[in-house]
Design a protein. Sequence first.
Length: 90
Amino acid sequence: MRLSKDRRSLKVNDTLTLAGIPPETFEYRLGNRSALEWVIDQYQLTEDKKSGIRSDPNRADDPEYIVRLVGQVVRVSVETARIVKSLPCL
């Protein structure tokens, strides 16, 4: 998975790109990166060169899992940013 340069779309694979990611998604941070950036980093297809073991975040029993996960992370991030903005200043 890769974010576009303007961070408005996410290329999931060669045939699927999710567009319309709101900028507020990146305001909710987990340490030094947004929740969406964390998911993108953790859910990469990797293969150990020595053993040949593949780590594939896609689920054969649930092919829409990644799309749903990204949608949920975007929604929670946007809602959290909205709530935080509405809090009174201390």
